[in-house]
Design a protein around this ligand. Structure first.
Ligand code: ASP
Ligand code: MG
Length: 407
């Protein structure tokens, strides 16, 4: 019998009514002849409330205990979901991450999945039950409860779909799919019918908060199509898949804006081996995530400037690095910029079309928006701009690349 995995996010199980709606959807799939695995998130804003609660008890919670605490949210949802299915006269059983043998490494709050005991779930499915698995959690080899990072239930679901050989994984959420841009910022944004894993990975890591980036990595690795759709309607949502129709023709698939970016520039460093290594060793040891790096040479090659963009919340740590480096290399100074935003356009078609960057820069120029930094990869072009210009820039790009038009 084909296996289907349905994941319901926090808003889709926010109250008893929604839980019943989700249960009904699962039962429908079962009656259509499928073996059904449900993955659920914590109800509504439960995870945020638990985090807040911990913050009232201590400013320095142990990561192990934090995972213990946060994992309770999903445990509530699975039990209630099982009850809702029982109420409708069907068999269901709830399982925690540990109970389905979802083994992770020991990195609390950002654990990675190592393996899943699919046999246990198969046995339960073969008994005719709906199996409801707690999202976002696992257990390490010493039986410590771990969590996969915020939004990690998506990853639980896609990993389960892979482990069980499911034909697809459905992610039910409160929006009806993935949009060409955040519709709160760009009213003309349009739902995308199908998108490639690579494009979605870029969009997810560039700020489109629709699904957990690692879930897309799993989907890509194991070839599981992921259907992001609304839990309130039966309308098709967005398929994240290998070869969406017309893939090469769509030059730009979507645009994103990531706020709260900053930049540190190390100025006037000696142009000699080991300088960049010294800076980035220091940055890495503080676990600052660097977005991109630009090095420029000045004074006829005698000195270099190195700039890197990072999230605003890491700027203070970066300042400390700046001071250390300036001292160590007897350099002039370092500069820090805050209030930046990263604008990006993403599309597989860029591999085979040229002129996308030129067009993007023309659009920004016409809007009199200054570009602080540019970075590109195979299917992404990003520009760092001032935060105050960002929304206007995003709207202009969305229009110029005709993203509101049906693909
Ligand atoms: N409940 C967790 C969170 O809010 C995991 C999830 O919903 O995916 O981040
Ligand atoms: Mg989510």
């Amino acid at each position: 019998m084909p296996v289907t995995v349905q994941k319901f996010g926090g808003t889709s199980v926010a109250d008893a009514y929604r839980i019943h709606l989700a249960a009904r959807r699962a039962i429908r799939a079962k009656l259509a002849g499928k073996q059904v695995v449900l993955v659920v998130s914590a109800m509504g804003d439960t995870t945020d409330r638990l985090l807040d609660l911990a913050g009232r008890v201590t400013r320095h919670p142990s990561k192990r205990e934090m995972d213990m605490l946060l994992s309770t949210g999903e445990q509530v949802s699975i039990a209630l979901m099982a009850m809702a299915i029982h109420e409708a006269g069907h068999e269901a059983v709830s399982m925690t991450g540990a109970q389905v043998g979802l083994l992770t490494d020991s990195r609390h709050s950002e654990a990675r999945i190592r393996s899943i005991n699919a046999g246990r779930i198969r046995e339960l499915l073969d008994q005719g039950r709906v199996v409801i698995v707690a999202g976002f959690q696992g257990v390490d080899e010493n039986f410590n409860i771990t969590t996969l990072g915020r939004g990690g239930s998506d990853t639980t679901a896609v990993a389960l779909a892979a482990a069980l050989g499911a034909a697809e994984c459905e992610l039910y959420t409160d929006v009806d799919g993935v949009y060409t841009a955040d519709p709160r910022l760009v009213p003309a944004a349009r739902k995308i019918d199908a998108i490639s894993y690579d494009e979605m990975l870029e969009l997810a890591s560039l700020g489109a908060a629709v699904c957990h980036a690692r879930s897309i990595e799993f989907g890509k690795k194991y070839g599981i199509p992921i259907h992001v759709r609304s839990s309130l309607t039966d309308n098709p949502g967005t398929m994240i898949m290998d070869n969406p129709p017309g893939m090469e023709d769509v030059v730009v698939r979507g645009a994103t804006l990531k706020r709260d970016m900053g930049r540190i520039t190390f100025v006037g460093l000696p142009n000699q081996p080991g300088v960049a290594a010294a800076i980035f060793d220091e940055i890495a040891s503080r676990e600052i995530v660097v977005d991109d790096i630009v090095q420029t040479v000045s004074e006829q090659g005698r000195s270099v400037n190195i700039a890197c963009s990072i999230e605003s919340r890491d700027l203070n740590e970066a300042r400390a690095v700046g001071e250390l480096i300036a001292q160590r290399f007897d350099s002039r100074a370092f500069e820090v910029q805050d209030d930046l935003a990263r604008l990006s356009v993403v599309g597989i078609g860029m591999r085979s079309h040229s002129g996308v960057a030129a067009k993007m820069f023309r659009v920004l120029a016409a809007e009199k928006i200054n570009i602080e930094n540019i970075s590109t990869s195979e299917i992404v072009i990003s520009a760092l701009v001032r935060q105050t210009d960002a929304e206007r820039a995003l709207q202009a790009l969305h229009k110029a690349f005709e993203l509101e038009r049906e693909a």
